[in-house]
Design a protein around this ligand. Structure first.
Ligand code: C2O
Ligand code: CU
Length: 541
């Protein structure tokens, strides 16, 4: 008996060493009492301490029965309360708001009946803080993250990254936004507060009992999940009640596999001011913009001259999403009639399991002009300075690292390999503090993009760690026609962490691997593809 008490006392003392503020903050004590997977470090002095809990809960999304979801709940242990913005009536996790340079400690507590781990998508953090699947924690365990926000201002996000379960867990709700501000961005006078609106775009399917449905047959895994209900910020009937003034809209495609081609329904061009890794050098005007899974876009939009009561819709408009099954159907254009959503069209020539195929036309975000208000927030001609990475600085400038994307024999592969933990090949070892040329080849050369029973599919490719820059895109002749339905909407300037690679395309990027050694993943962000194995690790050393 005495032994036990001593043991517990020692445990408590050990935990008490974690932070001198512990006694004043009950949530921290609670976190300590659960099993810690790793420990807080005494020499890390956080500006912010946050607790995130993964919970299986019911939330009221529709009239009628509540929906069972897996949700991230946040609360601030140390720091201003506004850092964590929980979203009620939604499955979506809280929006986290950080300042560049802040040191953040996050206690992730898993109360789910399954293992899980969170990844900070787009953040440049040490390998151990990156949420690699090998760090997954079980029910009752706590993972402590400690990192400094090194990224520039931008719209980042977090989501579950559990081995083989990422698609299901994100679908169930385990995702949220992570917004970083910095001084340079704040000095620009862009719309802020109520006029700075995050819009997380996702598709879901619900059954008659308001429960999420997620079929997992082979067709669905090859193509990726496509829901028939578009959700904005986790809500089915979202309408932005806007004032007659400029807005900053932060779009995240948090869908498992759906790609959006966004355009205003009244033909107004879009002003793009930011991408994955923050602001562009200057705004870019486009008729439409592509937004692939995990990508972010920031829009500046002025509602000043809109009469009260005006309704505007950001739609996803038609494009050719893939070039069909069985290889031979490559290059086939649109099939099917002019049906509206829910008519079971063959979107983009791809046989689809969804009543709302990828590449069909449907409304995404509704805006209603509800208040008269004056706002002075103009659109700056120059937003920021971006230093262009140079090919001549890449250590492998004459020998680009090629990553071949393929879907064959019912598997999704990178350079013919499937994901395995602790399976680093020679070409996946990268010296730290180097700049590398990488190319993603999606059937650009040869037919590996679509073998027998294979599919030529778009793959949104994501690399963990530092943001990269897109250098060039090349498309082979048989894919040109399909590519032309998306080309004018690709924003390739600025800092990126995810790039859409269309069928028949090769995309060249320059990617820095600075500061941190260890394992960093690269993978397709079609989450069904990721879980099928279209994911690998780089070892930086
Ligand atoms: Cu957004 Cu490895 O993921
Ligand atoms: Cu993919």
């Amino acid at each position: 008996m005495k032994k036990l008490i001593n043991y517990q006392r020692r445990r408590l003392l050990k935990f008490a060493g974690l932070s001198i503020t512990a006694a004043a903050h009950p949530p921290l004590l609670q976190a300590m009492n659960s099993r810690l997977k790793n420990t807080a470090s005494a020499d890390f002095h956080p500006d912010l301490e946050i607790e995130l809990k993964l919970e299986a809960v019911r939330v009221p999304i529709f009239k009628g029965p509540d929906t069972r979801v897996w949700k991230v709940y946040g609360n601030v242990i140390k720091g201003p309360k506004q850092v964590v913005d929980n979203i009620n009536g939604s499955y979506l996790g809280p929006t986290l708001r950080f300042q560049k340079g802040q040191k953040v400690r996050i206690y992730l507590k898993n109360n789910l009946p399954a293992e899980s781990i969170l990844h900070w998508h787009g953040l440049h953090v040490p390998s151990k803080m990156d949420g690699n699947p090998m760090y997954a924690i079980n029910h009752g365990e706590t993972y402590i993250y400690e990192f400094e926000i090194l990224n520039r201002a931008g719209t980042y996000w977090y989501h579950a990254h559990t081995h083989g379960l990422t698609a299901r867990q994100v679908y169930s709700g385990l995702a949220g936004l992570l917004i970083v501000h910095d001084k340079e961005e704040q000095a620009l006078g862009l719309p802020k507060g109520q006029q700075d609106v995050p819009l997380v775009i996702q598709d879901r399917s619900f059954d008659g009992q308001n429960q999420l449905s997620y079929a997992n047959n082979m067709m669905q895994r090859m193509q990726g999940f496509l829901g028939d209900q578009i959700m904005i910020n986790g809500q089915p009937d979202f309408v932005l009640q806007a004032a007659t003034r400029p807005y900053r809209l932060r779009l995240l495609n948090g869908s498992n596999s759906r790609i959006y081609k966004l355009a205003w329904d009244d033909g107004t061009p879009l002003n793009v001011i930011g991408v994955d890794g923050g602001l562009l050098e200057k705004p870019e005007k486009r008729e439409f913009v592509m937004l692939a899974p995990a990508e972010r876009l920031e829009l500046w939009v002025d509602f000043s001259d809109k009469p009260l009561g005006t309704e505007l819709t950001l739609r996803s408009i038609e494009f050719t999403a893939g070039s069909g099954m069985m290889g031979g159907m490559g290059g086939m254009g649109m099939m099917g009639g002019r049906g509206r959503m829910g008519m079971g069209r063959m979107g983009g020539g791809m046989m689809s399991h969804s009543s709302l195929p990828n590449g069909s036309d449907f409304p995404v975000v509704k805006v209603r002009i509800a208040r008269k208000e004056r706002g002075e927030e103009g659109l700056p001609e120059k937003l920021t300075k971006i230093t262009a990475l140079r090919m001549k600085d890449a250590v492998n400038r004459n020998n680009p690292k090629t990553i071949r994307l393929s879907m064959q024999h019912m598997s999704a592969l990178l350079n013919g390999r499937s994901y395995k933990m602790n399976d680093i090949h020679a070409d996946e070892i990268i010296p730290v503090n180097t700049l590398q040329v990488l190319e993603f080849d999606n059937g650009f050369q040869g037919m590996h993009g679509m073998g027998m029973m294979g599919m030529a599919m778009p793959h949104p490719m994501h690399l963990h760690g530092e943001q990269f820059q897109i250098i060039k895109r090349e498309v082979n002749s048989r894919s040109k026609k399909a590519f032309s339905t998306v080309a004018a909407g690709l924003i390739d300037n600025g800092w990126k962490d995810t790039v859409l690679v269309m069928p028949g395309e090769k995309v060249t990027i320059l990617k820095p691997f600075n500061d941190f050694k260890g394992i960093f993943m690269y993978h397709c962000h079609n989450l069904e593809h990721e879980d099928m194995g279209m994911m690998r690790d780089f070892l930086i050393r």
